[in-house]
Design a protein around this ligand. Sequence first.
Ligand code: ADP
Ligand code: MG
Length: 680
Amino acid sequence: MPLNLSIKTMHGVGDKRQAILGKMGIYTIGDLLYHAPFKYQQLSDARKISECKHGDEVVVHAEVSSKPLLRRMRKGFSIVTFNIFDGNTTGKCVYFNQPYMAKNIYKGSNYIFIGKIDAKQGVIQMQNPTLIKSTDELPPVLCTYKLVKGIGQVAFKNLIKKILAQELGAIEEVFPDTFRKRHNLPEINFTFEHLHFPDSIMNANLAKYRLAFEEMLMFMIALENKKKESISDKAHHYEIDKNLIATFCTSLDFDLTNSQNKVIKEIIDDMQSPAIMSRLLQGDVGSGKTIPASIAMLIAASNKKQSAMMAPTDILASQHFDTISKLLVPFDVEVALLKSMMPLKEKNEVLKDIQSGKIDIIIGTHALIQKSVEYYNLGLVITDEQHRFGVAQRAKISAKGLNPDTLVMSATPVPRTLALILYGDLSISIIDEMPPGRIPVKTRLIKQEKRKDMYKYIKEHLDEGNRAYIVCPLIDESEKLDVRSTYKLYDELSSGIFKDSTIEVLHGQQKNEEKQEIMDKFRSGDIQCVISTTVIEVGLDVPEATFMVVENAERFGLAQLHQLRGRVGRGNTESWCFLVSSSEGQNAQERLSIMTNTNDGFIIAEEDLKLRGPGQFIGTQQSGMMDPRVLSLMGDVKLLSRVKDAIDDLTLDMYKDEKESIKKIALMRYNQKLKNIILN
Ligand code: ADP
Ligand code: MG
C-alpha cells in the first residue's frame, strides 16, 4: 500500500523536510493525506471594502494603490503598509515582520486579499492577509493548514498535489458502497481530493466528516476487539451467599441509596459470571463507594479468595483500613494494612500472612505492588481514586493475581461518552445520588462590587470558628494578566478586612513540609483561612471549612470548580461556594451559572466537555498517549452515536468480509495506542 510508504520516498522530501514533517506527526504518505486543512475559505464570496466590518474574515479583490512602505522598528520588528483600492473604496494592508513584502508588491498590481478585518482605527485594514495574484488560476476554496516552522502553505500544498496526482483514483476504499450510502460517507478518493482541493465548502466539510467518522469507527472497533480479548474465563468462580450480603447490609446504621443498591447488583452479577470483572465505579466524593467495594471484598473472602485494595496516599489507605475493618467485624474476615513506612517487623509479619493466605483483605498504597509482596490467591483488585495511578501501576497489581476481577473507583465525574473511550474495556457503574441528609453547598456568583460584602460576611463566620479557602489562578502577580494572585490577595486581606484573622498562602511551589504544616494548622484551626492555588483540589478534608471562594472563577474549568467546591460541605454546617468573576462576557457568566444551578458532577462534566473539550478530563498520565485526532472528536456526541450505529451495521452478514478487513486496519492503526491507555 503506497499510503504506508515513508514520506522520504517522495521527490522533494529529504532529511531536513522529513524532520520538519515529523514534528507534525507526519511520517508516511498516508499521514500527509490525512493532515486536513484547519480552515476553508470560499474565494468566490468576495466583498467590497465598504462592506467589510471589524472582525470579519473576508476575501477582497483589489489593486495596490500606494507604494509599499517599510518601517523598521526596535528589536528587529518591521511593518509594511500600503493602500488597496477596489474601484470604490480605499483600505489598508499591514504586514508585521514580513519586510520582504515591501519588495515583492508593486503599486498597480491586482491581488485577492484574504484575511481578518481590523476597523478599529476608522479605516478598513487587513493584517497579514494571504495574497493571491489575480492572474493566477484561482481555486474555488482556499485551504489553510496548521503547519510548523520550516514549511509554508504553498510547499505543503505542493506535496499533497504531487501525491494526489499519482494516487488519486487508486486509493483503496475500505467501506462497502451500500454502507457508505447508508451513512452518508463520500468515497475515499473523492474524500482526499475534496479535503485538499475542494470545489465547494460543502464538499470540503463532507470530506472532513468522512475522515472523522472513519477515525472514530476504527478506534471503536479496535477498542471492541480489545474488550473481547480481555474477557476470558476466569480461573475462579464465586458463589454468592445472599444471606451474607443481606446480613452485611442490615449491619449498617443507614439504608443504602438506590444508586448504591444498583451498583452492588452490577458487581455481584459480574463476580458471579465466568467472565473476569473489569468495572469502573464512578461516584462523587461522599457518594458512598466504599460500601459496594466492601461487599465485593466480602464476597471474595467468603469464596476463600484474597482481595487487595490500593489507595493513592497513606492517609487514604489508613482511613480505608479503619472503615473497612469496622464494617467487617461481624464477619470472619482478616483485614490487614500494608504501607511502605511501617516498622520492619510488623511489615514482615503482614507479608508472611499475605503469602500464607491468612489475610483475606489487604489494604495499602503502592506498597501492594512491590516485588516483596506475594499473594496466596489474589482474586479481586480494587483501586481507589484510579485517576491518580499510572496505567503501569494498575497493571502491576493485577498481574499479581491469576486474572483477578478488578474494580476501579473514581470520584472525578467523567462524561459517559468520554468514559467510553478512556475506559473502553471497562463496564461502568455510577453512583449518582448522595446519601440523604447532606446539606448541599450553596453556590453564588459574586460580581466585583459585591466582593467586599462577601469578605465581610466570611470574616464574621471566621470569628465564629468557621474556616475558609480562597483560590486564585496565580501564585504571583502577572504583568500581562489582570488576574488575582495568592500573594497579592494575601497583602490585600491581611492588611485589610482579615487583619485580625490568621491567614496563610499555600501553593504547589512550596516545600512539602511547609505545605504539610500549613494544612495541619488549618485542620487544627490555628490557621483560619488559606489563600491557595488549585493544590487544594485533592486531599484536604476539613469538616470545619465552610467557605470556598474562587477568584477569577471564569478562568477555571467547570469540572475543576466542582472539585474545588467538593472541599466544603463536609461537616454538618451550611457551606458556601462563592465564584467571584468580573468577566462581563456572556459566555463566562452562562458557564458559571451552571455551577449555581446544579451540584451534580455528571451534569457539570457533560457541560464542560461540550464547552471546553476533553483535554481536562484526561490525567497527564494518559493524555500523552491518546491520539489527539481521536481526542478532538470526543466532544462530538452525535458523531459517536452515529458511529455506534454504523458498527452495529457492520455485524450484518452481508458485510462479513469487509468487517474483517476494516478490523485489520483498525488494529493496525490503534492497537499499539490502546495498549497504552487501557487499564489492566
Ligand atoms: P466515597 O464515595 O467518597 O468513597 P464513602 O464511601 O467514604 O464515600 O462514604 C462517605 C460517607 O458516607 C461515609 O461516612 C459513609 O459511612 C457514609 N455513607 C455511605 N453510604 C451511606 C448511606 N446510604 N446513607 C448514609 N451515609 C452513607
Ligand atoms: Mg472514597
